[in-house]
Design a protein around this ligand. Sequence first.
Ligand code: GLA
Length: 667
Amino acid sequence: MIEQVRYGGDYNPEQWPRAVWDEDVRLMVEAGVNLVTVGVFSWAQLEPAERVYSFGWLHELLDLLGQAGIGVDLATPTASPPPWLSVRYPEALPVDARGARYSHGSRQHFCVCSATYRTRARRIVERLVSEVGEHQAIEMWHIHNEYGCHVPYCYCDNHAQAFRAWLQRRYGSVEALNEAWGTAFWSQRYGDFAEVLPPRLTPTFLNPGHELDYARFSNDAFLEEFLEERRVLRSARPDLPVTTNFMGFYKPLDYFAWASELDVVSTDNYSDPADPDGTMLSAMHYDLVRSLNKNVPWMVMEQTTSRVNWRRHNSAKVPGQMRALSYQAVARGATGVLFFQWRASRAGAEKYHSAMLPHSGVASPVWAEVTGLGGELARLGTFDGAGVEARVAMVFSWANWWALEAPAKPANDLTMADQLSWMYRPLYEAGATVDFCRPDEPLGRYEVVVVPSLYLVTAKEGANLVSYVERGGTAVVSFWSGIVDERDVVHLGPYGGPLRPLIGCEVLDVAPLPDGEELEVEWEDGTRTAAGFWTDVADEGDGHVLARIASGPWAGRPAVVEARRGEGRAYYVAARLDPAGLERVYGRSGAVPAEPSVLRSGPGVERVMRASAGQSYEFLINHSAEERVLEIAPGGFELLGGTQIGGRVTLPPLGVAIVRREDDRGA
Ligand code: GLA
């Protein structure tokens, strides 16, 4: 059990002379660092030539860190094979959709289906374990780095072969494959699995079923490699937790499937500090990551102290912002906040990426922030392991994301990210913390379940959502839901497929709206809000119409419909409502409190509740550049300032308060 929030970063001492390591460790202690990730990109140092190993430096480093009481998250180096590997075995390099082979000289240049790569990756992991696996400083295994990053899809012949075997397992016969993909269209019928290729360059749209299955297969191929590494690590040290660093809403990998294989879920968050939506997106990122495996802890494996170096313009975090954003993660349950990286590199492609210890060393203002936060976190402990309270769930699935954004749709600018932000924003602004859930997971513990464009829905998922409502739950379902099955084949009839019981109207067609065009929406009480981007063309059904389109060619058609089902209720939102309209739906459904929240004192204040048996922790973070005055419940103790607090509270710009209260709810 971790008794302190983990604090530290990626540590790449192989980039520095030995003398620097002593200073590193001394400064780490000064900064309150208690965990560093070592070895992520060390393959070429550990195995400078094939089967020629050099582990002396790693032994020495682990000793040094261990003596200083700094834990090590030891990485397998398989995300960046050394040059000798691809020179000797070019087939271990990935290939793009046009057939061009990537080269070494950067990173992530490997084909995960190459037996050559796989054998050598396994071998270096075995060697790592046999050399240092017993070292006391190791607290956790960090497998690989950001699986899929840079090269999520490879189209080489190794992949073609593995894909065919995968399809054979999935469909059994080529007839079943033809049926699933609808290959009667455009003369795409396959006579044999051997004719199937990865979705390489084609003149126009690929078969969407083909692309969807390639996304599934590619995810599985990476996961299989991860599991192979995990087997090696676990067989030697079954006592050590295993993680791999995710990238939040990263489309190519189904992190729900991955997270169930992890002991600690970890993520890298580089949301843009200059983006006005940055804190909302970052909250959503953390809510997702926390929810991927609800039975294990999660942490931020990487963030930056100030700038990244890979955007067109890399805005710096302003003083105080790194602290506020780190507390945002802790508020949402993170058991660690780590950075890329400990010491800023002198050379290489990331030398201008900010670090905990910048080029200017301890004189840098960033260093003062780093030591300040480290000191605070060390004093705070771990909040009795208090869980994050979420009454609202948002339904999300990667298969849906893949299918939703496949080309050739009514609106090709309808993205998962937009639909998520649209539905998440009012919840975030009202301080309603959200858990993310797979469409087929038990939902009974949530008061309200929000379903943004669940375009692809299986019979099982649909039945789960319908039964959640029938048993007393409340669902808010947006347009473009229940359109296709797991093969990307349309559910005929009025749209909705297995979700139709939750859609109290008859969705006969859909109407993407011209750019910028707004429709009026009239509510039962005569008040009006607006909608844009999209409206369904629906007839009334057995639900109660709460709002109608009130202008333009679809005037009179349902825009928001309430349907009572069993013990529960479902709200169907048939158009992209403006925030005021969506807030009304959320108010009526109970997703957010109907009366104005204490947070409406001005934008930019985030509130998250954590609770354990006997204690609650209210996190208040002012992300704005202005002072905010809030009204909070009485009788709390503010942990950062060490004072009693309650009632009217003033938070300075980027200020944070953590209010502990005795709470007998869970006791
Ligand atoms: C990713 C990688 C790191 C580093 C950072 C830079 O998260 O894992 O190695 O490249 O990006 O932002």
